[in-house]
Design a protein around this ligand. Sequence first.
Ligand SMILES: [Zn+2]
Length: 228
Amino acid sequence: MLLTPLKRERATDAVYRALREAILDGLLRPGERLDVAELAGKLGVSLTPVRQALQMLAAEGLVEVRPRSGTYVAGVSASDVRDTFDVRCALECLAAELAIERITREEIGRMKKLLQEMTRPIRTARDRHAHAARNSEFHMILLRAAGNRRLLALYEELHAHIQIARIHAADKEWPGRLEQESAEHRAIVAALEKRDLPRLIEALRRHIFRARDSLVAAVENKTTGESA
Ligand SMILES: [Zn+2]
């Protein structure tokens, strides 16, 4: 009784991971139609895990199910990035207010360790994935330290870090901005260590709005490049 669902669960997870990586890396391109039978054939699994994996990806905003049409890789638009990052900034500043007195030295210490790890050079797709995961975790420490479940759920629902990963995969120039990103992260940690809320909010706004503008520019350049 236990073995069947477990096995199916594993196939779903494996399909989910494979498709997620292919979308984040741009191997499956925005707007591309995803045919369940074809994917199942290519991956050597039955239809059910593919359907389930596509549902998980839809919940993350990576695929789009269009009724009576099919399932497609979701697009990334400049306006969506702008909207997402404006809300992200508001939520992160609220987290800052709630976390400023609550965040522990250990949590700040973990942010510092991630900061250091994020200075490693990025040469391969693997490096890029590791960097994206560390950047996400850096911000999640602050969000969790706020101790507000509703806020955490809203933040996770934005999937801002998925957008970052997708845009970076297609943007060869972003490693050139690593030094700037690192300086912004250091300012965030420095303000947290001093428990200086106005400085923390200023540092967060500078970081998130700069990231927003860089990502929007990357999306717009890519669109122009494709149509030219
Ligand atoms: Zn960051």
